[in-house]
Design a protein around this ligand. Sequence first.
Ligand code: DC
Length: 220
Amino acid sequence: MSKLKILTIDGPSASGKGSLSRNIAKHLGFKILDSGLLYRTYAYFSQSGSNIEEISNRIKNEISFSFNENDVSILHKDKDITSLLRSETTAKIASELSALPKTREDLLTIQRDFYNQEGLVADGRDMGTVVFPKAALKIFLTASPEVRAKRRHLELQKRGQEVNMLDLIADIELRDMKDRTRTLSPLIPAEDSVVIDSSNMSIDEVLSFTKKLTKKEFNK
Ligand code: DC
């Protein structure tokens, strides 16, 4: 099986995938596919009643993603829709839509189209198992629910939002259970993935461990 020049990074929410993806993509000079954002964009367009052909065309022609080390911004034509896509309302619709076979099928081609020979870092839940099974390197990044809740808490605090830690942990555990047990693209590590438990690791430690893997696989 010929391998594609792709690094997939799958894992549950708040496991640090986003930050690892941006940093390692910069290091490798690869493009990024943040599939969670695609699901959110899909949710955004589906609210305006577009059908799938329209949604695909609009995602391809009207949306631009720009990544830096700290974050990503999404423009719809000239309008910055980052906060809208990041909102809990959009997350909820995206989560509902992502459980439907039709949505996953619609987004499959769009996601695969992100790949070109120059290399891709693909961040999501099923990148290594379903979307890019031939990826050369697959990482499954995880951390305990408590650690992820703490990270999410800090993130929300930075945005001026206060939430109860116990509620956050309970939410995360419930979502994990749903994600792992759903029949369609469940959140599980690909058989050939390297599992990294970042509960006791800093962002820099995860990054340098990943660099050792990419050095071996991509010589970078
Ligand atoms: O990672 P995120 O929170 O931005 O993802 C938004 C939603 O999309 C979330 O409910 C999970 C879903 N999703 C998915 O089902 N498969 C992916 N590859 C990426 C995201």
